[in-house]
Design a protein around this ligand. Structure first.
Ligand code: ATP
Ligand code: MG
Length: 349
């Protein structure tokens, strides 16, 4: 089209000729967009560049994406099970976190894993990290996750000594919303709630990740009772092998919050300055000793009471995520204490 009465010449380009590549350009709604040309079930539309700010973004249910569509940028984290990379989608420019876990599993276990991860993909809660897609290739499970640019609470704790109560209340409120969703909507026990599984982004959103992953890994490796990870945040009933439920996550939440407030893991090791070198000693302490608490001379009565509502050794005495949402500690938050603010102030340069 020539420049003239209809405005500047429009840029038109043809979609890829082979069918596979073409399909990769389509979003779930069947929209193909290139330059000013937009084609979907409703027909063809030519739109001005100002109408289109970004290409159609990848949706969790888009099953057209493949690993080859991503460029690796850098390694952003390492856990016990694998490595996490920042990756960019070649066609949309969107960033994601790619978590790769090396595991050689059989076909049937792989199917079960894919099924379980599918449940995670359907998450619709702003406080739960979105899982977009999972793949199994060359003995490794790769999971495409929403990228959280503020990193984890564990990363954050390396840069700040402790987190003040009002910020903790803002963080906790979001974690409780995520937990409530997992427990009541999805009927999932997280099983591995810890600082590295709570992620933050620049909008000040806090989201839970890796829910159910430890259980999936244990069951798919054929060892239903094997736990791969840290025992630090595990509830007493789990340690002794009793039946456990949603409230085992509440125990973990209590310990995470207390650690953030104190600036160190709440259970003191037997030899000062050495840390917990013997995991059995730690497990024995959690099971046999009274639960840790927030010292009343350092913290508000609201915070002390919240910690005590979480850290009850008998799970029946612990409050649920729903009950904790109405706790006075959560309602302490004034609007000036947003997570965004604390993130910007404390973000390492
Ligand atoms: P474990 O292997 O026991 O689960 P972990 O939680 O520390 O331990 P990973 O889940 O592999 O291990 O995460 C390691 C680190 O990668 C996190 O601490 C965080 O810094 C980073 N990370 C993980 N997922 C994301 C994500 N979606 N966005 C941004 N960073 C992430
Ligand atoms: Mg993790």
């Amino acid at each position: 089209m020539k420049k003239g009465a209809l405005g500047p010449a429009l840029k038109l380009s043809l979609p890829p000729s082979d069918e596979v590549a073409f399909k990769q350009f389509l979003t779930e709604s069947g929209t193909f967009m290139d330059g000013d040309l937009l084609v979907n079930r409703d027909g063809v539309r030519i739109v001005s560049q100002s109408e289109i700010e970004t290409p159609p973004l990848i949706q969790p249910s888009d099953n057209q994406i493949s690993l080859a569509d991503f460029d690796a940028c850098k390694v952003i984290g390492k856990g016990n099970g694998g490595i996490v990379r920042l990756v960019q989608h070649k066609w949309t420019g969107q960033f994601f976190a790619l978590k790769m876990i090396q595991m050689n599993i059989e076909e049937s276990a792989r199917k079960q894993l894919a099924q379980e991860l599918k449940i995670n993909q359907s998450s619709q809660c702003p406080n739960v990290v979105v899982c977009y897609q999972s793949f199994y290739e060359n003995g490794a499970v790769s999971i495409i996750l929403e990228y959280m640019d503020g990193g984890s609470l564990a990363d954050f704790l390396k840069h700040v000594k402790a987190i003040p109560e009002p910020y903790l209340a803002a963080i906790c409120k979001q974690v409780l919303k995520g937990l409530w969703y997992l427990h009541h909507e999805k009927h999932i026990i997280h099983r591995d709630l810890k600082p590295s599984n709570l992620l933050i982004n620049h909008r000040g959103e806090v989201k839970i990740t890796d829910f159910g992953v430890s259980a999936i890994l244990a069951s798919t490796s054929g060892q239903a009772n094997t736990f791969v990870g840290t025992y630090n945040y595990m509830s007493p009933e789990r340690i002794i092998g009793n039946q456990y439920g949603y409230r085992s996550d509440i125990w973990s939440l209590g310990l995470v919050l207390l650690e953030c407030a104190l600036g160190h893991f709440p259970y003191s090791p037997p030899h000062q300055g050495e840390g917990w070198t013997n995991v059995y000693e730690l497990m024995e302490t959690i099971v046999d000793q009274p639960p840790p608490n927030a010292p009343a001379d350092q913290f508000s009565p609201e915070f002390c009471s919240f910690i005590s509502a979480c850290l009850q050794k008998d799970q029946k005495d612990r409050q649920s995520a729903n009950e904790l949402m109405t706790h006075p500690f959560i309602n302490m938050i004034s609007t000036c204490y947003t997570v965004e603010y604390v993130w910007i102030r404390c973000k390492p340069t």
